[in-house]
Structure formats: structure tokens, C-alpha cells
Ligand binder design. Sequence first.
Ligand code: XUL
Length: 538
Amino acid sequence: MKGETRWFLGLDSSTQGLKALAVDEKGQPTFEMAVSYDRDLPRYHTEGGVHKRDEGREVSAPPVMWAEAFELLLLRMQSQKFPFARLAAISASGQQHGSVYWKQGALNTLRSLSPGQPLERQLAGAFALDESPIWMDSSTTEECREREAALGGPQAVADITGSRAYERFTGNQIARIAKRRPEVYAATERIGLVSSFMASLLTGDYAPIDWSDGSGMNLLNIRTKRWDSQSLEVTAPGLAQRLGEPVPSHWIVGTVAPNWVKRFSFQSDTVVIAASGDNPCSLAGLGLRQPGDVAISLGTSDTLFAALREPRPSGREGHIFVNPVDPEGYMALLCWKNGSLTREAVRKRVGDADWRAYRERLDRTESGNGGKIGFYFLEPEITPPCQRPGIYRFGPDNQPVASFTPDEEARAVLEGAFLSMRLHAEGLGIRPVRLLATGGASVDPAVLRVMADVFGVRVEPSDVPNTAALGAALRAWHGWCCFREGRFILYDEVWNRREAPSFGRCVEPDQTAHARYTAMLARYGMLEQRVLNQNGLL
Ligand code: XUL
């Protein structure tokens, strides 16, 4: 360690595997390693890291597999001569909402982990539930409606917890387990999230849930940062003692457990910073530090997340979480299911074999598409909630039309996506000042042009991979700086000590096009309502 700079480690326990990423004191990545559940741990027979039942409504994964992956990752890092002794701090990211049910007596097991025996064998009897429900589970509609009814409706639940009741949110999952498998719930000593589970493995203790990932449970009051007693009450008896106290995301939750120190030569004072959810960690990894910093990820599904000062939760859509790097601030998350696959389907439908031909169509049409607006719900949509797939097209006079020309269609699907993002983001109080574009489609200048013009701000393409693992490592660094200086340090200060990441070519907005989109936005909102009404959804 002497003379060498410190490193900070981030783990990312995601749906399909576990990753590690270390950074140095300039925030630069120095090491990466990954384990895939399907490929490296085939005896659990997962597909994409999960088990599905009941036609895909129930989705789970074995926590003991996550633990085995954790040990395997450390072993692989050791075989690559990873310098464990250089680590000053570690944190972790976890797929959000998934929950782990520790059995009575598991705390003793965790506290007496031995360096001489495989972890999965030591933890074999530590779980009250062998299969943890994860974020893809959608089996709790009944519990969502029951809990919303008991708490005064969807808006009331959102006002307290940041989101209306969602199937994957942990409180609804716990309610289902307590109701349908009371013996499992009775045998449960402690409930953790996937994120805090990682911290528990690292520290050999029950690690607390952090405020940011705790906001994905429909149980935490996002303003007081305490469990909401009424929400606990309508979920399951004796829940408070099973959850422990939630903590700020930059807090130290322990040091690395003695068995890992012995086995991998960590320093015994390497601190563990509270683990958090993958979306909160990505916010940190992308460096969204100020209210108005927004990232749009264009992937299989599109997501938009943003740092916020004032939370304005919606009882219809979107989520507000406590900000993982600013305990006074918040972040918003919105998700659209009709992302890249829908854009690709439309490209094929208009007869273009590749994106180049498609881009030429965009060049042949004007921003605003002559007033034509389309809704392309090829999949049931999350934002706005629309269960019935379909395509809905409107002319400039707001009358439905059966088709657009291929050139108009190519433009309508892109403009519709970004108008929807702006509309629903504004609904949650998000007005971007800085806009980062990530994900597959973010390298396309034609896509970024529409994005910049709709939002009216410069778009910075940011192709940082593994943003969740990077964010966990940077949060470890941030938490450690706060600890060393004995005060809360703005994340901005830590971020600015980094060597600036290089962005691709930024796209500046065209103000004439922006004004046109702003004028279109009210019409877009009105037509969206009409589509939802038509479907009997509102
Ligand atoms: C967010 C969500 C997913 C998971 C994926 O609410 O459910 O993004 O966090 O890991």
C-alpha cells in the first residue's frame, strides 16, 4: 500500500451477472471483471439470470447464487492479481426492488463466516425463501390495488413513497409473501434488497437499506426518510424490525469482514459504503449532480433519469427516489417500453435495410413533420400506461389518419418518442439544463438532433459502459471522502477531481425547430389523452 494510490471498488449485482469495477483517486477505471450467472453458474439453470414461473408473471433468482457469484468474482480477481490491499472503500449496486429473506439465526451465520469453506455452503440454510422475487416479477397486482386502497389511492401512495404501487416494488412483494406463505414470513429475521445483500456479504453482518434504493419499495417516506408506519402496517405484521433502519446512501455500513481480509488480503480497515440500486448508481456514474442534469438512455427500453430538488411524485407514472449522492435531493426515473425494438420495427416497416437509408428519410422531412403526430405502442406501454398495443396517427387538424408516407413515418416515431419524454418529464417537474444521451442509439447524430431540438438544450453523447458499477465505485470514493473529512462533501467536489471523461460530438439545438416542438407539445398531450380514452384506459 505504501506509496501507492488508493483504489475504490464498485460491484454491480445485476439481473444477468455480477461485475466489479475499480477506480483510482482520479476516478479513472483501473480494473474490470464479470461473472455471468447463466454461463459461469449453470447448476442454477437460470435464463438471463432468472427463473420464470406462471407464464412469466413470477420472476425470481436464488440469493445463494448471487452469493456464490460474489465469491467466484473475488477468486477471479485474485487470480488476476487484483491488489485488494489498495482498496480504501467498496460499495455496490444492485438490480432494484429484488428482496432477500434472511432466516432466523442467519445473523450468527453471517457474523461467523469462515475463510476455509465455500460461501454458498455456509449460507445454504440462511434463507427463509430460496427464490428472491426480482424487478421483473409482475405477480402482485392484487396486493398493489389492496395497498393503494388501504392508503388512500395511487396519488396518496406516490405522495408518501415517490411512486404509486407497482408490482415489482418490494412492499407489494412482501405483502404477497406474508399473505400466501405466512410460514416463510414468520421464519424471516431480516429483509434486505439485492443491494444491501451485497453489503451484508462484504461486511458479514445485516447491512442497512439505503434511502435511495429504499425508495423503490413503496414503504419509505421519501421526505422524512423513515419507513412510513401506515405503509408498513398495511403490508405485513412486525415489518419494521425485519427491515432495520434505512441510512443515507453515502454512509459507512461496516468494514470488510475478517474472513475476506484473511482470504484475499484486504486491509482490515477497508470501509463498505451503503450499497444502492442500479439506477441510482448510474445517476452517480454519469455524473448527474445538479438539478436539471438529465440522462436519456436509448436501449431495449428507453429510460430517462434526472437529478431533482423538489419531488413532484405522480400517481400515474414515473418514480421519485432519494438522490444517492445528495441526501437532500431527489432523482426521477421514467421508463418507456417502446424503445429501440419499436424504432427498428418501424424502420423495417418503411422498407429500410439499415439506419443509413432511414437517416436519409429524416433529411427529407422537416422538424415538426408538417404537424403529423404518431403513437407507436407496438408493446404495451409503461409511460403513459397503455396495455393495448397499437399505432395511432393524427394529421395536423388532429383527425386520425390511417397512414403516413414512409418518410413521415420515420420522423413521427422519433419525434413521438422525444415529445413523450419531454411531456412526462415535465409532469414530474424535470426541465433539462444538461442532457446526456447514452445507450445504443445515442451514437446516431440524426437521433440526437431531434432530441436536442425537442428539449431545446445541448445534447452530450456519453458512451460510458457499466455506468452502475462505475457509479458504485465513485460512490465508494465519495462516501470515503465524506468519512475522512468528517463532513458531507458535495458529490460535485469529488466528481471534479476526476479527469474529465471524453464525450463524443455534442449537438446544439436549433431554436426555430425547438419553438415548433414546444408549440406541438400541448397537442401531443391532448392526442395522447385521446388515445388512452379510446382504449378505455382513463
Ligand atoms: C427500475 C427497474 C429496473 C431494474 C433493473 O425501477 O425496475 O431498471 O432496476 O435492474
